[in-house]
Design a protein around this ligand. Structure first.
Ligand code: SAH
Length: 451
């Protein structure tokens, strides 16, 4: 009952960082708890199937517990697992992948240990929202499930330079009279500062604004004078009153058009809007693993890379002999992919990047190179449409490499692949987003029956 104080044992942890316990047969979610905690909690909200409670007192602590090293982690929606050891988090991620396959997919899969690297300072990209606080601009990350900004002095997931740039940006905006955007009424200008850093430490900054303003050029002058690491400043205009960060129009006001980074000894050019993994070190490990799943062939493979973004996976896994076709829906990313192919010594004979829906991929690949023997899919969280799965299996590839950022849709889709004779060999979680409730998973589906 609401307002009851009860004692419960925490037996599981969700990806949002809620401990899960049971009382009188009902599931209770408690923030800031860990598996193995026995605690006293106050029931705050009671729903039909479950309740939410607040932690009052830890009676017996879990062995996984650690003292969080971030002052705002309880309020900020960025991290879910700052209160448990990193080992416990890696284990949880592995277990979650395993359970998703049995619960959602309806079958058991061998899950390898979660592959990991540094748990801190790994993000190469940040997207800071700005808001109005009195007469000043403020920035930070949103509280969980809200648009309330939680300010911070530093964020452990990223380089301090990002916070310094955002702070300076807000200060200069206040001085110049460039107001931060107010979502509540649509007034103001500065909406987001989106920054991406390469391994050399160079930063491309994109300021998302509600409308153009001459003073933004003065702001850019200040920024480039203060920070040597900024190599280019772009403006994106977003006039819409919704939650989408970017608007349609992007233009450069100073410096470089693109940022260059290296992955798997390949060079990648990235425009401000191109998708690129935020954790380059781990992305490299993931791509090398994907490469290892494609057997080398004397006369080369035909590889189709669906949802290819700036072409990174395909270009990292394809050898000189392989034919590579990539399909991506965002035009500027396709332009990046084409350019990246050239930068890495590929040509029109062996490479094709197409702008379009993933469902046209097989057709495009067949027309140019023939039927693919390996199809890589790396879709957004919602996973694959059944129509895409059908075009993929109809192409009859030897294997499908599924790279997923959502285990639930991955398990669902692998069950559909199974109906068509593609077996999930094993799954490997990659911790691209340590301390957060996200995990990337790579699965190799192999063809069981010859058509
Ligand atoms: N493979 C890339 C990008 C993966 S993110 C990498 O590793 O960097 C998923 C990509 O799918 C995004 O670039 C997104 O723009 C693209 N996308 C989303 N819906 C799509 C669709 N229906 N057809 C093709 N691409 C799509």
């Amino acid at each position: 009952m609401k307002n009851d104080v009860i004692t419960i044992d925490i037996t599981d942890l969700t990806f949002e960082g809620f401990g899960v316990g049971r009382h009188d047969g009902k599931v209770i979610f408690v923030a800031d708890t860990a598996v193995g905690d026995r605690c006293e909690v106050l029931v705050m909200k009671e729903l039909k199937s479950h309740s939410f409670a607040r932690l009052l007192n830890v009676i017996e602590p879990s062995k996984d517990r650690i003292t969080p090293d971030c002052e705002v982690c309880r309020k900020c929606g960025g991290c879910s697992f700052r209160h448990i050891s990193y080992d416990a988090e890696l284990e949880l991620k592995k277990r979650t992948v395993k359970e998703a396959f049995s619960r959602i997919g309806g079958f058991e899969v061998k899950v390898n240990d979660t592959v990991f690297d540094n748990a801190d300072g790994y993000r190469n990209k940040v997207q800071y929202p700005f808001a109005v606080d009195g007469n000043c601009a403020t920035f930070g990350y949103y509280a969980r499930r809200s648009h309330r900004i939680v300010e911070h002095d530093e964020c452990k997931l990223q380089d301090l330079i990002f916070t310094e740039i955002a702070e300076f940006c807000g200060k200069v905006c206040d001085e110049l009279g460039i107001p931060a955007y107010d979502e509540n009424n649509g007034f103001g200008i500065l909406r987001h500062a989106v920054m991406r850093k390469n391994r050399k430490g160079e930063i491309l900054l994109c300021l998302v604004v509600a409308k153009k303003d001459k003073k933004l050029e003065i702001l850019a002058e200040h920024l480039k004078r203060k920070f040597d690491s900024i190599i280019g400043i772009h403006i994106n205009v977003n006039k819409k009153r919704d939650n989408v960060i970017f608007g349609e129009e992007t233009f450069k006001i100073w410096g470089e058009d693109v940022l260059n980074d290296t992955l798997c000894e390949k060079i990648f050019e990235l425009s401000p809007r191109a998708f690129y993994q935020v954790n380059a070190v781990m992305a490299e490990k993931l791509y090398l693993h994907a490469k290892s799943l494609i057997p080398k062939k004397e006369d080369g493979n035909i590889i189709l890379d669906l949802y290819c973004g700036a072409g990174t996976i395909g270009l990292c896994v394809a050898s000189e002999r392989d034919k590579l076709c990539g399909v991506e829906i965002i035009e500027p990313a396709v332009e990046n992919a084409k350019r990246n192919a050239l930068l890495n010594g590929r040509n029109e004979e062996n490479t094709l990047f197409v702008c379009g829906d993933a469902s046209v991929g097989v057709e495009e690949c067949k027309n140019k190179f023939g039927s693919p023997d390996t199809i890589i899919v790396d879709p957004p969280r919602k996973g694959l449409d059944r129509a895409v799965i059908e075009t993929v299996v109809n192409a009859n590839p030897e294997r499908v490499l599924y790279i997923s950022c959502d285990v639930a849709t991955l398990a669902r889709d692998c069950a559909i692949f199974a109906e068509f004779g593609y077996k999930t060999d094993e799954a490997t979680p990659f911790d691209l987003f340590p301390r957060t409730g996200h995990v990337e998973t790579v699965v190799c589906l192999s063809r069981q029956t010859q058509k």
